[in-house]
Structures are given as C-alpha cells and as structure tokens.
Write a protein that binds this ligand. Structure first.
Ligand SMILES: C[S@@+](CC[C@H](N)C(=O)[O-])C[C@H]1O[C@@H](n2cnc3c(N)ncnc32)[C@H](O)[C@@H]1O
Length: 331
C-alpha cells in the first residue's frame, strides 16, 4: 500500500526518521516514493493503524491516492474506485504563505466529484479524504490520526512520582521508536529516573528493564509504571554494573544526566558516558539499537569507539544546551 505521512513541523529530521524506524521495528519494509518538507510518501507493507498507535512526531497516516496540480487531482478523483458510505473532504494547507483564492475553485470541483455518488457527513464520515497542499498537492484517504494530546497527558507532572528531569513523552516515544523497539522484546533504560522512557516503551508492548543509581528513583519509577499497569523488572545499579543484572537486551533508550539539574553523583561527564558505552556494548545484542540523548558532539565521537553511529538529530533547547538524539547500532 502507498502511505502518506503528514509529519509534525517541530523538527527537521526526526519525524521522518521515526517513521522509517517504526516500519523496521514492526518487521516491515518500505521504499520512499516522494517527499517534501512535512510530507513523506512510501510504498510499504506496514499496517497504518499500528503505525498510528506507535508514532509520536506524525500527525496523520493516510492512504496515498494521487498527487499533482488541482486539475490533475480532479481527474484522479473521477477515477477513484467507488467508496461505500459517507465522505468528507478536508483541506490541509502546509504552504508557508497560502493563497486561498487561487485554489477554491479546484477544491470545490473535487468536492463535487466526491459527493456525486456518496452522501456528505462532515462530523463522522466513513471516508475522510484529505486534500493537502505543500509544494505539490496530494489527495489521500485518512487511515490513522495520532492523538498528540495523549502524550501531553503523560507529562511528568501528571504522574504519581514527579521530578523535573524527564523528557517530554513525545520525544521519549520518538527515541523508543528510533531504537526499533519491538513488542515482546527486551528493552532497557539504565538511567531510568522517573520512568518516562520506560512508560513509552511499555505502552508499545516491550518487556521492560530499568535501573538507576538512586533507590528513591527506582521506587518512584515503580509507582509510575504501576499507574499505567505496566510490568517491569527494576533494580538499583550504577550504569557500570548493569551487566550483573542484565545478560542481553534488544534495545536501549536512555537520557543520561547532562551535569545540570540531574545528578551525575559528582562524576565527570566524560567518565560517566565512557563507562555507559562500555556497559551498553556489553549487554546490547548484535544488531540491537541504542538511542541516547547526548549534550555534545564530543560524546558522540566517544560513542563511536564502541558502537556504529546510525543517525543524529540535533535539537537546540536554549543558548547553552543542545540535545543530540543519537542512534547507535551494535554490529
Ligand atoms: C536525566 S535523568 C533520567 C530521566 C528519565 N528519563 C525520566 O524520565 O525521569 C538521569 C538519571 O540518571 C541517574 N544516574 C546518575 N548517575 C548514575 C549512574 N552512575 N548510574 C546509573 N544512574 C545514574 C540519576 O539518578 C537520574 O535519575
């Protein structure tokens, strides 16, 4: 099937990478057919509903129907296979400076063709056709909408155990996807803190292992995971000693301390990260992925001494902090 992904505009590279990683994690394949700023069109055997449940940085997953000028889309609409049930045409303008008047006529014509044989239902249509305009125009049938508000509802201040050190759940989920985390496979966060990353991995069905040097974090993390009915094995451990409790894991996702608000237990960052990479290369299975947030390019180079670097997604937080969302693989 040809799928069209409408990506969130808040990051340049991560939404696209998350889609491709998710498809791989689900054991499916894909080929990129067309893309522009916030649109990605793929030929894939992946299930759009499952992708919709997993993705964080995508807004809609649609079945791609056609692309081109509005008059080409009118022709394509005439030739669509017949649909059963009601229809609604929704307009989505992703152009930086939309000129509405130039398109209204074409949009009305497409709407007229769609409603020739099917009743209109704008509130709860059986078929939601989306006409999306960017550099090109696209016609697509909505398959799944990502519930962005569900990520907001899991923000750190909404959990029973609170500490202001946690990533936004949307980015925690994106990292879990970038690490190709799979249902039923073993997943580890060795700096688990309040459990924000473990919650996202648990909600897609991974087997959870978590550790932290601080016992109070482990207790709080347990409380937070129980709040989402997620089973886990949690243990108190320094990152350098996780091998004592963990034999092998399929993926690791982690947000270590950056030496600011979250404690490194007075250890210098370079030393903490080097010990981390040593442990991760020991416990990560061959072919397994590590997605890790790092606060500087020098630490990425350090990681490459232990694992293969696959992707880096840079995110400037403020003047003195840039987060590098890095994906490594154990070859
Ligand atoms: C940025 S926080 C993790 C936040 C977490 N993602 C969350 O959702 O709450 C980093 C965590 O690393 C832990 N930590 C610091 N040094 C450690 C070490 N040497 N080994 C294991 N954990 C450590 C801290 O106790 C803290 O909970």
């Amino acid at each position: 099937m040809r799928l069209l992904f409408e990506l969130l505009g808040e990051h340049q590279t991560m939404p696209r990478a998350e889609v491709l990683a998710c498809i791989e994690a689900e054991g499916n394949s894909c080929e990129v057919l067309e893309e522009e700023n916030r649109i990605l069109i793929l030929e894939t055997n992946a299930d759009p509903d499952r992708l919709g449940e997993r993705l964080a940085l995508t807004r809609y997953v649609d079945e791609y129907l056609a692309s081109g000028s509005l008059s080409e889309l009118e022709d394509a609409t005439e030739n669509l296979p017949s649909m059963s049930g009601s229809v609604a045409l929704r307009r989505r303008d992703l152009r930086p400076k939309p000129e509405k008047s130039s398109m209204e006529d074409g949009v009305d014509k497409i709407s007229g063709i769609l409603t020739k044989n099917n009743p209109v239902d704008l509130d709860n249509p059986d078929n939601e056709i989306r006409l999306i305009s960017g550099k090109n125009n696209y016609l697509a049938l909505r398959k799944a909408a990502i519930d962005g508000s569900s990520y907001g509802k899991r923000k750190v201040d909404r959990r029973p155990f609170f500490s202001p050190i946690s990533l936004h759940p949307k980015y925690a989920r994106a990292l879990v996807n970038l690490a190709r985390t799979s249902r039923g496979k073993t997943f580890l966060d060795p700096f688990c803190g309040t459990g924000g990353i473990l919650i996202e991995a648990g909600l897609i069905g991974a087997k959870l292992l978590g550790s932290d040097i601080k016992e109070d974090m482990i207790e709080g993390c347990r409380e937070n995971l129980m709040n989402y009915n997620l089973d886990s094995v949690l243990f108190q451990s320094d990152v350098g000693e996780i091998q004592e409790n963990v034999e092998s894991v399929s993926s690791i996702v982690t947000d270590p301390p950056y030496g600011r608000s979250s404690t490194t237990m007075r250890e210098e960052l370079g030393s903490l990260y080097r010990r981390s990479f040593e442990s991760f290369s020991d416990v990560l299975e061959k072919g397994g992925y590590l997605a890790m947030v790092l606060p500087g390019k020098n630490y990425i180079e350090m990681g490459e001494e232990y694992l293969g670097l696959e992707e880096v997604h840079e995110q400037r937080v403020h003047k003195s902090l840039t987060r590098f969302h890095c994906v490594f693989r154990n070859y």
